[in-house]
Design a protein around this ligand. Structure first.
Ligand code: AMP
Length: 207
């Protein structure tokens, strides 16, 4: 089963993709993570887009995705998280992969802004906190585990956040029409566990 998780930044699609992939034994492929894991020259190249809140060029992200898809793990299928981000990417994906369902996780822009501006991370432990929602660090902007000061991703700062939301509505939302027969929308402004259960039920009924 191949799935796409779509949602505005901060919708919790990454969290849900992780939970559902564990539950169903699917590979979780986040293009944002693939880009953040890039090294050397490639990293420098992609950072210039990411830090400003822009999308990296389609040809580049496709090349990175295809390389990742070639490293197959198991035959249960995959969850794509953060791809496709526009119609060109969706059309390119049509040529390389069959998509079974598209799960849209919906939250308002107001909620997205709040969640994203509250995201603070620990460089050492890799833990992502949220000072407005959860998990909240016990001490203000200090990691609970190693006591290091937390940092905010460049693209979680106010200007790039607003730009990312704008790009989402203009470029990513149209892919929902492209996949219209396969899209199921869920309300993302609820408890993580509740959303997970709803997605599992949707997928169960899809089989
Ligand atoms: P994410 O973690 O999914 O929010 O991705 C972080 C950043 O990586 C985005 O703001 C883009 O700059 C870049 N990125 C991730 N996925 C894509 C994609 N499919 N196409 C273009 N850029 C992407």
């Amino acid at each position: 089963m191949n799935l796409i998780f779509v949602g505005v930044q901060g919708s919790g699609k990454g969290t849900q993709a992780k939970l559902i992939s564990n539950e169903l034994g699917l590979a979780h492929i986040s293009t944002g993570d693939l880009l953040r894991d890039a090294k050397g020259e490639l990293r420098k190249r992609v950072d210039s887009y990411i830090e400003k809140g822009n999308l990296v060029p389609d040809a580049l992200i496709l090349e990175i995705l295809k390389e990742r898809l070639n490293k197959k793990e198991g035959d249960n299928g995959i969850i794509l998280d953060g791809f496709p981000r526009n119609l060109e990417q969706a059309r390119a994906l049509d040529k390389i992969m069959e998509v079974d369902k598209v799960i849209e996780i919906k939250i308002s822009d107001k909620e997205a802004l709040k969640r994203l501006s509250g995201r603070w991370n620990c460089r050492k432990c890799g833990i992502a906190y949220n000072i407005f929602t959860s998990p909240k660090p016990k001490k203000d902007r200090i990691c609970d585990i190693c006591d290091s000061p937390l940092y905010q991703r460049e693209d979680d700062k106010p200007f790039p956040i607003k730009k990312r939301l704008k790009i989402y509505h203009k470029e990513t939302e149209p892919i929902l029409e492209h996949y219209k027969d396969k899209v199921v929308s869920v309300d993302g402004e609820r408890a993580i566990e509740e959303i997970k259960e709803e997605i599992l039920k949707i997928l169960e009924n899809a089989n």
